[in-house]
Design a protein around this ligand. Structure first.
Ligand code: NAD
Ligand code: ZN
Length: 246
């Protein structure tokens, strides 16, 4: 059998008891660089050194320049077959939710409705003084941006060393403990998301991994698709779309 047939067959066998856990790799096929890949211009900066509260306190302008660069890339990117397949699967009742570590909005733009953002969203910024959250569709005109109250705005994302949003974390933990999990494009190095597939496994559920490289999850995966996300879901996407038309 072809990997995509295995994938679709296994997904269908779960009868809707499935959630997806996605990481930067799913958006790599939409042209958004992962953290652990090569990034051209920003290669000389380590994300671990820019995406921190300390970096922002030291140099908000530099951190905002980096986020503005990422925003420009993300806002002009398009969802790929993996994002689209997950949205179609939700519509068909094959999947309950997408839990993502990504800060981009490609799942939503592909049509997914139940998206849990563990690490916040790059299309929002938050006032460091009054806490007001503002949606953005383009990078701020002046950097660093300020709130009406005069406070400094920050990207509404979770930085290294910061706590994850409690509600999202609880929901994701609960879903991964009581469903099969398909893990797509995550290095499984960033906690606590990296532990979630283990909750599923411990409770007797299955884990599928889609990643061109092996990860700490590979050993527990019931099905490992060693391909890029866009390619792995291309045929799944075509089949689901055809079923839509029928
Ligand atoms: P990561 O950068 O640590 O690892 C990416 C993983 O994706 C690797 O395992 C790699 O083998 C795999 N990968 C690369 N290309 C792929 C492809 N075409 N298809 C499938 N898999 C592919 O990513 P992560 O685990 O999500 O990690 C960490 C942090 O990076 C998160 O906090 C996330 O917020 C942040 N991040 C987000 C974005 C985004 O929103 N698009 C982009 C970069 C980083
Ligand atoms: Zn404010």
């Amino acid at each position: 059998m072809q990997p995509s047939e295995d994938l679709l067959e296994m997904i269908a066998s779960f009868s809707g008891n499935l959630v997806a856990l996605t990481g930067a790799g799913i958006s790599a096929d939409s042209g958004i660089p992962t953290f652990r890949g090569k990034d051209g211009l920003w290669n000389r900066y380590l994300p671990e050194e820019l995406a921190t509260p300390q970096a922002f306190a030291r140099d908000p302008e530099l951190v905002w320049e980096w986020y503005a660069w990422r925003m420009r890339k993300i806002f002009k990117a398009e969802p790929n077959p993996a994002h689209i397949a997950l949205a179609l699967m939700e519509r068909k009742g094959l999947i309950k939710a997408v839990i993502t570590q990504n800060v981009d909005n490609l799942h939503e733009r592909a049509g997914s409705r139940n998206v849990i953002h563990l690490h916040g969203r790059i299309d929002e910024m938050r006032c460091t003084e009054c806490g007001k959250v503002v949606e953005v569709t383009e990078p701020p005109e002046s950097i660093p941006p300020h709130c009406r109250c005069g406070g400094l705005m920050r990207p509404n994302v979770v930085w290294f060393g910061e706590a994850l949003p409690q509600k999202e974390l609880n929901l994701a933990t609960e879903l991964c403990s009581s469903n099969n999990v398909v893990v797509i494009g995550t290095s499984a190095l960033v906690q606590p998301a990296a532990s979630m597939p283990f909750y599923a496994k411990r409770n007797g559920y299955h884990v599928i991994e889609v990643n061109p490289n092996t990860t700490p999850l590979t050993g527990i995966a019931d099905l490992s698709i060693r391909e890029k996300a866009g390619k792995a879901f291309e045929e799944v996407c075509t089949i689901l779309k055809e079923e839509e038309i029928r």
